[in-house]
Design a protein around this ligand. Structure first.
Ligand code: GDP
Length: 332
């Protein structure tokens, strides 16, 4: 096992800059983390190791919802509300669509314009390349750097693309589902299992049709009461907001505070973070092993022919996987 790399003089300055809450240093540290160059990765690990003691002191809030539900409007209203209450707010995004489609759903620059101009806010779009696992890993690390830079609220936003909700729920303290007040949206979220991840459900755009919003909220409450609650101490509340009119934002934050207090008192928040750290480690081990496997000269030599025999039915997938994995033993 390699010892963590020592900080270069340049990176020691970077670390000091992050601790001193300098935005440029923060942005630079995240860029280093996001780089896929091997030497940058090594430096990034050293920077993260150095910053780790200052990380962890934030509430990590995951927010998801379909495109158009009002995520950026909501986060902007929330961010401004929190800044007015003395908080410092970092907003990060996990958007695997950029690697799937080449275009980003979350990435356009005009989002959260007022919030982005505030000194107490830091907004960073999603890393633009890599698998969901890769994007998530970099976002998780960026979150730690933001915490070391004194941001006490970190919001991680994602859009419903495949597994991204589970991934973001797995890196945050509290997971929020933004919904549109219509039953179709409800059913989608319930079917996809996203409702089960939610610690708080919010019906946004309640200003458009208050009655419809109340009905949707009531339906959701009854759906939630039938689900097995993730915690014996917390029944996810269902709220209504109008992000556009900045209504319901204070009540929303109160619900997050309640959640934090309850889950801290029961020890579940600490347990959740511990579990997340362990799961993260295993994810990294899994992906590291996968890389080593693919890069292994013996595997590279045998893989094309074996893949063909599996495709043609001459070898079973089980036998082929066994043979390929055995190749690792010879060289490890
Ligand atoms: P996102 O794709 O989830 O980030 O959604 P946006 O925040 O970009 O919002 C999509 C559209 O809905 C924009 O035109 C917003 O102005 C509008 N919008 C957002 N929140 C509300 C709301 O509470 N009420 C109304 N009437 N419109 C909203």
């Amino acid at each position: 096992m390699n010892a963590p790399a020592a900080l270069t003089a340049e990176d020691a300055t970077l670390v000091a800059g992050v601790r001193a809450r300098e935005r440029r240093a923060l942005a630079k540290a995240i860029t280093l983390i996001e780089s896929s160059r091997a030497d940058h990765q090594e430096r990034a690990h050293a920077v993260l190791d150095a910053l780790l003691p200052q990380a962890g002191n934030s509430i990590r809030v995951g927010i998801t919802g379909v495109p158009g539900v009002g995520k950026s409007t909501f986060i902007e209203a929330l961010g401004l509300h929190l800044i007015a209450a003395g908080h410092r707010v970092a907003v990060l995004a996990v958007d695997p669509s950029s690697s799937i489609s080449g275009g980003s759903i979350l990435g356009d620059k005009t989002r959260m314009e007022s919030l982005s101009q505030r000194e107490e806010a830091f907004i960073r779009p999603s890393p633009s390349s890599g698998s969901l696992g890769g994007v998530a890993e970099k976002t998780r690390e960026a979150m730690l750097v933001c915490e070391a830079a004194g941001f006490d609220v970190v919001i991680v936003e994602t859009v419903g693309v495949g597994q991204s909700e589970t991934t973001v729920a797995g890196m945050t303290d509290v997971f929020v589902l933004l919904q549109l007040p219509n039953a179709g949206d409800d059913l989608q979220a319930i079917k996809k299992g996203i409702v089960e991840l939610a610690d708080v459900v919010v019906f946004n755009k309640a200003d458009i049709d208050a009655r419809a919003a109340e009905m949707a909220a009531a339906q959701m409450r009854s759906a939630l009461s039938m689900l097995h609650a993730a915690s014996p101490n917390w029944q996810p509340p269902v709220l209504k907001t109008s992000a556009a009119k900045k209504e319901g934002i204070a009540e929303f934050w109160q619900a997050i505070e309640n959640y934090r207090q309850t889950m801290t008192a029961s020890g579940e928040l600490t347990a959740r973070r511990r579990h997340q750290a362990q799961a993260w480690m295993w994810q990294l081990i899994d992906s590291g092993l996968r890389h080593r496997f693919r890069d292994h000269p013996g595997v590279q030599a045998a893989l094309p022919a074996l893949t063909q025999t599996v495709e043609s039915g001459a070898t079973t997938p089980t036998a082929a996987a066994h043979r390929l994995l055995n190749l690792l033993n010879r060289f490890f």
